[in-house]
Each structure stands twice: as C-alpha cells, then as structure tokens.
Write a protein that binds this ligand. Structure first.
Ligand code: ZN
Length: 131
C-alpha cells in the first residue's frame, strides 16, 4: 500500500477533500493567490489570512517520468509520476500520478482532471486524461 501522509490542521483539507469530490488548495485571502503545499502562511505575501479552497481539478501535465522500478511489492507495473499544473494559476503545481491509461499514452501538455483514490482516511488526488 502507499505510504499515507500525516494529517494535521494544514494538510487535512487537501488530503480529505476527495471525500466530497473536492480538490482543495490553500488560497490567500489578501493577495488571492493559491499555493501548495498547504501552510498557515501565504508563500507569496506572508499573510496569515489563508483558506483551503476548492479548485476545478483540471490541469495539464507539465512533465512526467515512467517509473519501472518496483520500489514496493504492490507496485510492480510501470506507472507515471507527473508534475501537474492546475488551470487556476500558472505555477500552481504538485506531484501526482497519471492513471487510467497506458504510461506510454501520457504526453507533456496533456489535459487532465483529478480522480481520487481513497485509502483509510486519505483521498489521494490522482489525474487522468480529461475527456
Ligand atoms: Zn498572499
């Protein structure tokens, strides 16, 4: 099984939003910019006035690699590790996996949309090719 993240006041909204179908990114109420990873302070303007905010879940593949090494016994098939940029803001990026398609079908710039994998109390945001 995947190693699961530790949930705390800052990270819980991000890792549990999938329970209600929401990808939540921290957003600053002063400069209005999103940032990631979640933190109690805006990385753009240092404001403490920040709120986890639902986003569209749509984005694109900035870059990716195909992992062939079975680092754990559960992941024997090749899989895609990708940096996804969300459509809400240039530079709003995070690391995820592209799923539900053959790894060779993934391309830089490919439009993707979020899907969630629920493991225990965590909903991991993954991405698949957008329709
Ligand atoms: Zn700010």
């Amino acid at each position: 099984m995947r190693k699961l993240p530790l949930l705390n006041a800052e990270t819980r909204p991000f890792w549990t939003g999938g329970d209600v179908g929401e990808l939540r990114m921290h957003r600053c109420n002063d400069c209005t910019l999103y940032f990631h990873p979640p933190a109690p302070i805006c990385r753009h303007c240092s404001s403490l006035n920040v709120t986890p905010t639902p986003v569209s879940g749509r984005g694109r593949v900035v870059t990716f690699t195909i992992n062939h090494q079975a680092w754990t016994p559960e992941f024997t098939d090749p899989y895609v590790v990708a940096i996804i940029e969300l459509e809400e803001q240039a530079g709003l990026r995070f690391l995820s996996n592209v799923v539900n398609c053959p790894p060779d079908a993934v391309e830089i710039g490919m439009p993707v949309t979020v899907v969630f994998e629920n493991l225990e109390d965590v909903w991991i945001p993954l991405f698949e090719r957008a329709a």
